[in-house]
Design a protein around this ligand. Structure first.
Ligand SMILES: C[S@@+](CC[C@H](N)C(=O)[O-])C[C@H]1O[C@@H](n2cnc3c(N)ncnc32)[C@H](O)[C@@H]1O
Length: 277
């Protein structure tokens, strides 16, 4: 449905909607279809998609036991991720990145740099395959949740690096230290303010961010470029990637994974894997 969709998070469902009317329609559709599914939802949550980021609120419980913990653990391809329905607009795992997490599992990764790491889902995937990981995010709280995700999967977070810093400052610093990674995840927000109020706006700054990421990517390495900015579509990511490759005098191949059928057009992140040669 345009402007509304449902995400399954373990035993719970999250109804995303742009307007109250769309939520009503989505719930009606769900009630009609629910008896045909083998899965029985424990709780239904709803979340409104506001026009402005600063109007974002945590999901609301629509149906189910209010006494059940808001913190829960879900499984994706046998990997455990902690969720918290009260933590804010984002509950802990971006389902629209699941194909990229699955793709990462098929790649040989020795050193992964996960920038804008949030709860470090990509780092957990790589660490489980034996990689050394560095996760960077402005939010110490998100990185702490990331450490918990490591522990949930029997990984020792102390064996990995977690850096609470502005990625725009961290990348040049790593480049000066000649740090190199064979895989770099670059999934910034549409807009943010970093250290000292430093602004990041995907439309203006994604290209320079990608160029900075290329500086720390080993030859033969790969970069996942991703954005939720609705003004940047898949073809824009390709242009940005080609421009950055040319600037860095590098060759590379570009690969889009198939679009996810459960996200209406324009709601999932646009993503592109860049394989350096
Ligand atoms: C879209 S989320 C990333 C989601 C993540 N890639 C995943 O799949 O779970 C964006 C994250 O970027 C962080 N962030 C925003 N601005 C930042 C900055 N300038 N430097 C570092 N992290 C930043 C936010 O705290 C948030 O956790």
């Amino acid at each position: 449905m345009h402007g509304a969709w449902v995400e399954r998070l373990g035993d719970d469902l999250l109804f995303n909607h742009q307007t109250p009317n769309l939520l009503t329609l989505l719930l009606e559709e769900w009630k009609q279809r629910a008896p045909t599914y083998a899965f029985e939802a424990q709780r239904l949550f709803s979340r409104i998609l506001p026009l402005q980021n600063d109007q974002r609120t945590a999901p609301v419980l629509l149906q189910g036991d209010a006494a059940q913990p808001v913190e829960t653990v879900v499984l994706e391809s046998n990997i455990r991720f902690g969720l918290d329905f009260s933590a804010g607009y984002s509950v802990g795992l971006f389902l629209d990145q699941r194909a990229n997490r699955a793709f990462l599992r098929t790649q040989p990764v020795r050193r992964l740099l996960n920038t804008f790491a949030y709860t470090c889902s990509f780092s957990v995937v790589a660490a489980l395959a034996g990689a050394e990981t560095v996760s960077a995010d402005l939010s110490q709280k998100s990185l702490d949740r990331g450490r918990l995700n490591f522990t949930l999967n029997g990984l020792d977070p102390a064996a990995h690096r977690f850096i609470a810093d502005d990625v725009q400052e961290l990348l040049p610093r790593m480049a000066r230290r000649k740090e190199k990674f064979d895989t770099v995840i670059l999934d910034p927000p549409t807009f943010s303010r970093g250290n000292k109020g430093r602004r990041f706006r995907a439309e203006d700054d994604l290209q320079s961010l990608l160029s900075a990421a290329m500086e720390v990517t080993a030859s033969g390495g790969r970069i996942l470029l991703s954005t939720n900015c609705t003004k940047l579509r898949a073809s824009d990511l390709e242009c940005i990637a080609r421009f950055s490759l040319k600037n860095a005098r590098l060759n590379g191949t570009l690969q889009h994974l198939p679009t996810l059928v459960d996200f209406p057009e324009g709601t999932a992140a646009s993503t592109l894997w860049i394989q350096l040669r």
